[in-house]
Design a protein around this ligand. Structure first.
Ligand code: GLN
Ligand code: ZN
Length: 761
């Protein structure tokens, strides 16, 4: 009979227990032992939920206090020498040094796990890196799972060697593959140990298989699994997810693994090909329950699709979540903020476990045995499909009215630029910030009081206006040229807009781990999006009333709203992006009408939306650019549109960034000492650009001369008449004293360079 399992479970805890335990430990309040107690309780709880749901395999080994890639690097003895840590003696606190940095050493780099919003720590490998096995904590996790399993089989998870190496960064990138044999030796050692401990199956994750791999990396996959298959070991379930892997099918079929997992949600179309060529005796695990999104599964449809597989494979069929459930909240069934109707359409991790059990029983005992569950699933889906909350005729009508003029500014940049200059009267190298100012305890207290109902709407508005007045005064004193209102009213740049748009639901507890102890609460887009009323216009108008200098209207762009939300699965992403764009377009136009001369549309997630495979990039870039232009092109020539992007690799999408045709882009660059700007220079980026001159992630106040040097470098790459001066990103995580000091230095630096430019021409 079909076996059920998941690829992983959220680590943070339903009430974010891990977050609070970690932070209390880091602040010196909770001991290491207390933290470990919380961690072990969470592990036990994750397992109990799998037991209670009736899953066949109990998945373990995927728990981490900070990050699983970090734990693998530590387990394989791959600690960067710069930390001076001994891998054989590494305790949890040592691994936190790697994750968070120390006074002397910056942390390991962090980057997005494939196309998710989870960030992993990038292992840092030395030239000729040696590996050694230090699996104490991992094996203890497995042993505790076994002790608790009551005889049920435990299936540990490992990140596979090819994925590990591919995502690591190496002193000599070209030689990364030469490290594979050494790495395989420690994997083999670990697998042998798991076998000795009675483990029957290991799940070995190779999500890189959903990406493009060139011939040497494909050969590495073959080499890795040939070698691992040879030794004493449990059976291997090779897991792929986040997309189809049929482009690697011959490679996969030739591997000596015992099972293959495929993502049948994102890669449903690959199923027939995978099935037709499945090697004899191989287990096929099909990920039919979406691990990336919060929608209920169409149980009847999935059951029908599974039946022929069951006939063909019998007990070689496993049914699973498409990927780890790490990317969804633990549960949505009890969230107090969700409307009951919408809640009924959703499934968090626990609800997904229950779905797997329904599917298993339906396969084993027939549909009649799960008639009630199927009826409930049918009803929820029918209700969702027919709901007036989902389809809105007004939105449909507006979408069909989109034409080419709506995605084109009235005139080309040179002409607009002349008009904007005449209107704005800015100096050379205008100074500005990215939008947010420090979110002080006072702001947070007001927000919390408002949420509890202890502060009325009027007093809250007054409190926010006080913050705005303060921010404007500070900026005037600093001598900044283009001001911002400071975003005190925004807890989160996506949630703030989601709260004011139809088609979005917001949860109280739908937390998902972003990295370490950081969690996000992505809004859920369930229906056609539209904007009933202006969102930011009053605030912008108020801020502008306090000063003669231009104040930027500040909006989150359509692609970022999409990217940082759970999105509908009943229409393509691009269709949702278009609706978001229309809503933001309305806001842009209203800001212009209210006299706002500069409007910034933030798109920090623009690059993140890129599909995993190159062949799909252009299609994404086309609709993402279209959405941004739809949002931004409704204004007159002399209204200046800014956008902002950060913390991504931009050089390979410069044509698309240029195609956005924003008048100004402010972009994070200072961490690479402006290297990024070289790309913009070489590409001959046509519009104005504000390369970040200081890193906002650190409380350190950079000196004016440091920033002057960066500006000088920028002036050599980009015509100074097209340059702006600004920090890398928003300042919400900083404190006021360091913010004022740093911006003061930044203004001095800009003035110094301006003076020099004036005398040299
Ligand atoms: N305007 C936002 C801010 O200043 C932009 C944040 C971001 O880029 N993530 O906070
Ligand atoms: Zn930013």
């Amino acid at each position: 009979m079909a076996h059920t399992h998941i690829l992983g479970y959220p680590r943070i805890g339903e009430r974010r227990e891990l977050k609070f335990a970690l932070e209390s430990h880091w602040q010196g309040q909770g001991s290491l032992a207390e933290l470990q107690q919380v961690g072990e309780r969470l592990c036990a709880d994750r397992q109990q939920r799998q037991v209670d749901a009736g899953l066949h395999w109990l998945t373990t080994g995927d728990f981490a206090y900070y990050d699983l890639m970090l734990d693998h690097a530590a387990m394989f003895g791959a600690l960067p020498a710069r930390f001076g840590l001994d891998p054989a003696a590494l305790e949890l606190d040592g691994s936190f040094q790697l994750a968070r940095g120390t006074a002397a050493q910056p942390a390991l780099e962090m980057t997005k796990w494939f196309d998710t919003n989870y960030h992993y720590l990038v292992p840092e490998l030395a030239a000729g890196q040696a590996f050694s096995l230090h699996a104490g904590r991992y094996l203890a996790q497995v042993a505790r799972a076994q002790a608790q399993a009551g005889g049920r089989p435990v299936k540990p998870v490992l990140i596979g060697p090819v994925t590990f190496l591919r995502l690591a960064k190496s002193a000599r990138p070209q030689e990364r593959l030469s490290l594979l044999p050494g790495l395989l030796r420690v994997y083999a050692e670990l697998l042998a140990e798991l076998r000795r401990r009675g483990i029957e199956w290991v799940q070995i994750d190779e999500p890189v298989l959903a990406t493009d791999l060139d011939a040497p990396w494909q050969a590495a996959v073959t080499q890795a699994y040939r070698q691992l298959a040879g030794g004493e070991r449990p059976r291997l379930l090779l897991t792929t997810y986040f997309g189809p892997v049929d482009h690697h099918l011959p490679l996969l079929n030739a591997l000596p693994v015992d099972g293959l997992h495929i993502d049948a949600v994102r890669g449903a179309a690959q199923l027939p090909a995978v099935l037709a060529s499945l090697p004899a005796g191989r287990v096929l695990s099909v990920g039919v329950v979406d691990g990336r999104n919060v929608w209920r599964t169409d149980l009847r449809q999935v059951l029908q699709a599974l039946r022929p597989l069951q006939d063909q494979l019998a007990d070689r069929l496993w049914i699973a979540s498409s990927c780890s459930l790490l990317h969804v909240p633990c549960s949505l069934a009890r969230d107090p903020r969700l409307e009951a109707t919408v809640r009924h359409w959703l499934a968090g991790a626990d609800e997904k476990l229950a779905e797997l059990e329904v599917l298993r029983r339906g396969l084993q005992d027939g549909e009649a045995s799960v008639a009630d569950a199927l009826a409930e699933s049918d009803a929820a889906l029918a209700e969702r499909r027919g709901s007036a909350l989902v389809r809105n005729a007004y939105v449909g009508k507006r979408l069909s009215g989109i034409d080419a003029d709506m995605v084109q500014r009235r005139h080309a940049f040179p002409e607009r630029s002349a008009r904007q200059r005449a209107r704005l009267q800015l100096p050379l190298l205008p100074t500005t910030t990215i939008g947010s100012f420090p979110q002080t305890p006072r702001i947070r207290a007001a927000r919390a009081a408002r949420k509890r109902g202890d502060m009325n709407a009027y007093d809250y508005l007054k409190a926010m206006r006080e913050e705005i007045r303060h921010a404007i005064e500070q900026q005037e004193q600093l001598g900044l040229d283009v001001l911002v209102h400071g975003e005190p009213e925004r807890n989160d740049m996506v949630e703030h807009f989601a709260e004011h748009l139809f088609g979005f639901a917001i949860t109280d507890n739908g937390w998902v781990q972003s990295y370490g102890s950081r969690c996000v609460k992505p809004p859920i887009i369930y229906g056609d999006v539209w904007r009933p009323d202006p969102i930011t216009v009053d605030t912008a108008r108020y801020a502008q009333s306090l000063t003669e200098r231009p104040v930027k209207g500040m909006l989150t762009g359509p692609v970022t709203l999409l990217q940082w939300s759970f999105v509908r699965d009943d229409q393509p992403r691009e269709a949702t992006a278009r609706q978001l764009a229309l809503a933001i377009r309305d806001e842009v136009n209203d800001l212009e009408r209210a006299g706002i001369r500069i409007i910034q549309i933030d798109e920090p997630a623009f690059r993140e939306g890129l599909p995993l495979r190159r062949q799909d990039w252009q299609h994404y870039l086309d609709w993402a650019v279209h959405a941004f232009k739809l949002a931004s092109c409704g204004v007159l020539d002399d209204t200046q549109i800014h956008t902002h992007m950060c913390y991504s690799e931009f050089n390979d999408i410069l044509p698309a960034i240029a195609a956005l045709d924003a008048d100004v882009i402010t972009i994070e660059t200072s961490r690479s000492r402006m290297e990024l700007l070289d790309g913009f220079g070489a590409f001959d980026y046509p519009n104005e650009i504000g390369p970040g001159v200081y890193d906002i992630h650190s409380p350190r106040v950079p000196g004016a001369s440091e920033m002057e040097a960066l500006l000088d470098r920028a002036c050599r790459v980009v015509d100074p008449r097209r340059l702006w001066v600004n920090p890398d990103c928003g300042l919400k995580t900083r404190h006021w004293p360091e913010t004022l000091a740093a911006l003061g230095q930044m203004v001095s630096a800009a003035r110094a360079v301006r003076r020099r430019l004036a005398t040299s021409t």
